[in-house]
Design a protein around this ligand. Structure first.
Ligand SMILES: [Zn+2]
Ligand SMILES: [Zn+2]
Length: 421
């Protein structure tokens, strides 16, 4: 077996990994580099973007753009595999964007929808065979819903590809149990390391939810700026609203995403059941939200939590409560978007937020902290090595985890041969 990380050895995002065995190429993720990252030459990968693709397949860990954003670069005949709910969420998102751009004719999002029409889906714990490979997807907790690790086996080598994951989410407790069952006798772990330079421990989603509930008790008109695809956060806020006797509002797109999760996962967990109303304010012809009298009366009587995104229509909706002492704005996204020094700096969002200087930052990372990484490595105990990916600091792995297993740091495009070790 050979491992090539085509992109992602020294950056967060843009991930493309190839596992090669007996003429078959198993690709994992085909991501966009993060916004602001200096764009290297376009990806040219034999067996993926060009050349003989008859023995290639592409597995997607989750729907974040840094893992799937370049999906159109994959040659058409390559089969694509993805989690069932993740695919539904991804298609819903692209459908939403395609409709927004409809008058401009065929757009990129429509092309993506076409490409995704025949994607094969998998579910956690169910092993798939493809070529000489056996692949077992393990569902993990991440800020994208229905995200996966993969246990991959071929030619006597077993590796664990972590994808993006964390230990402080609502569903994270399942991970050590899954690893105990499915990730035995692992030779290599290819591991994400997004937060390798962040504090050792990260606030849990449940602690964040408790803080939101405190806020909702104190403030009546709550607007939370967050990512629509962060569905655990959306459900967390939904429950926080009803437990503090506020009503819950979002736009119809966000509601559709929540309904997808509810219909696929509500049978397994009450957390994903929608039992109380999700109110969706209608829009006028210009796309602006308005609150009809009945809804407005309810909002004023009960107070509310409304999920918003950074666009003019949402900010206009927020402004209807400007000047009211009960209005509260929360920023529930990564701080990097507001940091002028960050490559992903978003000046428009910063400007919109500057109208609300008292906004509160309420967020926790979608990625594991150092403590969780160490725990995972100690449990899995890879026999031959840890290979960092999805990190700006692969060099830091050795100091932290070199005592658990040898750390193998690769360069983008370098091929590592497992058999020779
Ligand atoms: Zn990522
Ligand atoms: Zn991710």
């Amino acid at each position: 077996m050979q491992i090539t990380i085509h992109r992602g050895t020294h950056q967060i995002g843009g991930c493309v990994t190839e596992i090669y065995h007996e003429g078959h190429r198993l690709f994992i993720d085909l991501g966009e580099t993060l916004p602001g990252t200096s764009q290297a030459a376009p990806l040219v990968i034999e067996g993926l973007t060009q050349g003989d693709t008859s023995r290639s397949a592409l597995f997607i860990t989750h729907y974040h753009e840094d893992h799937i954003g370049q999906i159109l670069e994959a040659q058409l005949q390559i089969p694509i595999y993805m989690g069932k709910t993740a695919l539904a969420i991804y298609k819903c998102g692209k459908g939403h964007l395609a409709r927004l751009l409809q008058p401009n004719g065929v757009n990129k999002f429509e092309q993506i929808l076409k490409r995704m029409a025949d994607v094969k889906t998998f579910v956690g714990g169910a092993m798939l065979s493809w070529g000489p490979f056996r692949i077992t997807p393990l569902m993990v907790d991440h800020s994208a819903f229905d995200a996966y690790m993969f246990v991959i086996e071929a030619g006597g080598t077993r590796l664990l590809y972590t994808g993006d994951f964390r230990g402080h989410g609502f569903r994270s407790k399942a991970l050590p149990k899954l690893l105990a069952v499915y990730a035995k006798d692992i030779d290599y772990v290819i591991s994400e390391g997004t937060n390798i330079y962040r504090p050792v421990e990260t606030e849990s989603e449940s602690s964040l939810q408790r803080r939101f509930m405190d806020e909702f008790r104190q403030n009546k008109y709550n607007f939370v700026l967050m990512a629509s695809s962060n569905l655990d956060r959306a459900f967390s806020l939904y429950h926080a609203a009803y437990q503090t006797e506020r009503i819950f509002l979002c736009d119809s797109y966000q509601k559709r995403l929540m309904e997808i999760v509810a219909s696929n996962h509500g049978i397994y967990s009450n957390f994903y059941k929608i039992r109380q109303s999700i109110y969706t304010p209608p829009r006028n012809k210009k796309g602006q939200f308005y609150f009809p009298d009945k809804l407005q009366r309810l909002m004023q009587a009960k107070g509310f939590c409304m999920l918003i995104r950074d666009n003019r229509h949402f900010w206009k909706a927020v402004s209807q409560f400007d000047g009211d002492a009960d209005q509260a704005i929360y920023y529930s996204l990564w701080e990097g978007y507001l940091d002028e020094k960050s490559p992903a700096y978003n000046p428009n969002m910063k400007e919109a937020l500057s109208n609300y200087p008292n906004y509160k930052s309420m967020h926790t990372s979608g990625h594991c902290d150092i403590r969780t990484l160490g725990k995972m490595f100690r449990q899995v105990k890879p026999r031959k090595g840890i290979i960092p990916i999805h990190t700006e600091h692969p060099d830091r792995f050795n100091a932290l985890f070199g005592n658990i297993a040898p750390v193998i740091t690769l360069q983008d495009g370098e091929t590592y041969s497992c058999n020779e070790q």
